[in-house]
Ligand binder design. Structure first.
Ligand code: MN
Length: 241
């Protein structure tokens, strides 16, 4: 039987992990719920490690039918011409550079791209937007966006713009999401529009004007076991791949 599954490249992260027995090791990884979410949507997940030159990246661009930029650390604020503020988290210029290069190559294929959390931020910064480096510092009236406890909890609400592709996907004007971020979009990048906001005005979702790219600031992959509507985002990615 011919395999008709769509290959979804999940762009991974790098981290230095301490092991008790074998010292510090650098790992290329994604959290398994991204893999599970793509499987549940009927796609074939392929983890893309955040390494490689332009030839390697162009090969991934050909091999994959769609792309998922996963969550992770902060971005280097010099990418949007700012000095680091006091509450910025850890960032890695090498990781930023390869993931930004991947986004620029992958978007040229016009294959669908879903960005989650840091993934949304990569999209916005690649399109010359900027970020709030720390929401509590810079938006004093903001609600809490870093929930304690379980990652799958519905923590705060977001209002979805009815004139967006996201509204079609979610089919709800108001949706409860989890929240595990301390940064968010400040200046919107080129050819992007805001499609969802929290009650404090923090931007929670963006999409491209050609409908090929969607970014969400929450973590739908951690909600797929409890929420039908969160699976719709991954189904969109696989169905448009
Ligand atoms: Mn939030």
């Amino acid at each position: 039987m011919q395999n008709t599954k769509k290959v979804i490249g999940i762009i991974g992260n790098a981290l230095v992990a301490h092991t008790d027995m074998f010292g510090d090791v650098t790992r290329a990884y994604v959290n398994s719920n991204y893999v599970q979410a793509v499987l549940q949507a009927g796609g074939l997940p392929m983890i893309i490690p955040p390494y490689g030159d332009i030839d390697i990246i162009e090969t991934y661009a050909r091999v994959c039918d769609g792309f998922l930029f996963s969550g992770g650390n902060d971005l280097d604020p010099s990418l949007y011409n700012e000095e680091p503020m006091k509450n910025i988290g850890a960032f890695s210029p090498d990781l930023d550079s390869v993931q930004l290069m991947m986004f620029r190559v992958f978007e040229k294929t016009h294959k669908p791209i879903l960005g989650i959390c840091r993934g949304l931020q990569i999209i916005n910064v690649a399109r010359e937007g900027s970020l709030y480096q720390d929401i509590p510092d810079q938006i004093p009236e903001s609600i809490q966006h870093v929930q304690k406890g379980s990652r799958n909890h519905e923590f705060h609400k977001v209002m979805i713009d009815s004139q967006s592709q996201l509204a079609e996907i979610m089919n709800l004007p108001l949706v409860s999401v989890n929240s595990l971020h301390h940064q968010s979009v400040k200046k919107l990048g080129n050819d992007l529009k805001i499609t969802a906001k929290a009650s404090d005005g923090v931007i929670e979702a963006i999409e491209s004007s050609d409908n090929k790219i969607i970014g969400v600031q929450w973590h739908p992959e951690d909600m797929i076991y409890d929420s039908k509507v969160m699976n719709n985002l991954f189904t969109w990615l696989v169905d448009h791949a």
